[in-house]
Design a protein around this ligand. Structure first.
Ligand code: COA
Length: 158
């Protein structure tokens, strides 16, 4: 199910939770970000992260912590398709501290500033999170939507 988010009624962008920093990666970091997304989430999300990083300006935020900085979360938009927000992921041990909300709202405010009126969250796996953080509503009849006939990695050879 896809979900719709009105960008005219967003909550204010929160500060990053204590100990974390939100920002857009710069060029020399792109491969590391995509590799981390593939390792922690999936190759398909890494592909979308690369698409968002290739946009100009880049349309992906990461959350880092520590020194040297380590990745803990990411969220992109205009990655699956124009006007779509996501994918979003926060590493397991960093969840439940407001990082997902900060990343999602960073992207949504960026989309609003870019000129979008609405964002679509595609094939949502955590609908309660999108409802809670951004007031997302279900889009009836949206499955499979854009994802119909999606190419999938073939099973490994025996
Ligand atoms: C979904 C995800 C990004 C949330 O990240 P997080 O950092 O734990 O989220 P936050 O701490 O910012 O939570 C913000 C609010 O959403 C709520 N929330 C978080 N995950 C939720 C979920 N799966 N369902 C319902 N509500 C959720 C929190 O309770 C919190 O509510 P509060 O403001 O009342 O305290 C994270 O769990 C994740 O990476 N999951 C795996 C990947 C995934 O499913 N991505 C989404 C695919 S569409």
């Amino acid at each position: 199910m896809d979900m719709l988010i009105a960008l005219s009624a967003l909550p204010a962008r929160p500060a990053a939770p204590a100990g974390f920093r939100l920002r857009k990666p710069i060029g020399p970091e792109h491969d590391l970000v995509a590799a981390w997304v593939a390792r922690c989430f999936s190759p398909a999300w890494a592909s979308e992260a690369r698409a968002a990083l290739a946009n100009r300006p880049a349309s992906l935020f990461v959350a880092t912590c520590g020194e040297p900085a380590e990745l803990r979360g990411f969220c992109g938009y205009d990655a699956t398709a124009r006007g779509f927000v996501g994918p979003i992921g926060v590493q397991g041990d960093a969840r439940g501290q407001g990082l997902g909300a900060a990343l999602l709202l960073a992207c949504l405010h960026d989309m609003r500033a870019t000129g979008y009126g609405y964002a679509v969250a595609g094939a949502v796996g955590a609908p309660g999170f999108f409802r809670r953080v951004a007031g997302a509503i279900d889009i009836p009849g949206s499955t499979p939507g854009l994802y119909a006939g999606l190419l999938r990695a073939p099973p490994a050879a025996p």
